[in-house]
Design a protein around this ligand. Structure first.
Ligand code: GLU
Length: 219
């Protein structure tokens, strides 16, 4: 269960992400984190335990300025609940940040392959293979990179992804884990469930299995 939220628009993203995560607390979680992009810089904050810890750490989002971001509440499946294992996870170069709900069943084989390519793993999560795979698959187009990455993944995922080199854009994908898209006016959302974004829009679409969403503030 647990939750994912993503926002791009004209408002400050971090308070919207934190509030959205609060509205999904009923889903259960053991830690939380957010990533906000501003001028091509990805800033990440994470905290074990109650969402309140993350809210305090970021001064209710004020320490993470920017109008695009992704947020996550984690229910640990691989790796204990701690700050490092919390999402978002960054790729080796810091180009990508990823939040993930679900389980990557073949992560051991993928991790082995990535270790041989020289990637260093910071966390104990299955999720971290996704963010490094994206980096290996990236040749300048995040959509292509996600399609190539998804083709390698076995298991379940709802993914929210931002890329430093393609600012102003969020990418999402869904397989066997819930994810909805929310259409706003000059702003757009993804979330695990409707209550997270209900304050901002009632126009939602449920992503189908294998769907991918690529969105900006305007479309
Ligand atoms: N399997 C991932 C982890 O343990 C994601 C868990 C979740 O769905 O929150 O980090």
């Amino acid at each position: 269960m647990c939750g994912i939220i993503g926002y791009v628009g004209r408002q400050e993203a971090a308070p919207i992400l934190l509030e959205g995560l609060e509205r999904m607390e009923y889903r259960g979680y053991d830690s939380a984190g957010v990533c906000v992009e501003q001028n091509g810089v990805l800033k990440v904050e994470k905290a074990k335990g109650r969402l309140q810890n993350l809210i305090a750490k970021t001064e209710n989002g004020a320490l993470l300025p920017g109008t695009l971001g992704i947020g996550h509440t984690r229910w640990a499946t691989h790796g204990e609940p701690n700050d490092i294992n919390s999402h978002p996870h960054l790729s080796q170069s810091g180009k990508f940040a990823v939040v993930h709900n679900g389980i990557i069943e073949n992560f051991i084989a993928l991790k082995e392959e990535l270790l041989q390519k020289g990637y260093t793993f910071r966390s104990e999560t299955d999720t971290e293979v996704v963010v490094h795979l994206l980096e290996t698959c990236y040749t300048g187009d995040i959509k292509q990179a996600l399609m190539r990455t998804a083709a390698r993944l076995e298991g379940s995922y709802a993914l929210g992804i931002v890329c430093r080199d393609e600012p102003g854009q969020i990418i999402a994908a869904k397989k066997d884990s819930p994810l909805i898209f929310g259409f706003g006016e000059g702003e757009n959302f993804i979330a695990s469930d409707v209550p997270a974004i209900l304050k901002y829009t009632r126009q939602v679409a449920y992503l189908d299995e294998g769907d991918m969403a690529v969105f900006t503030a305007s479309g």
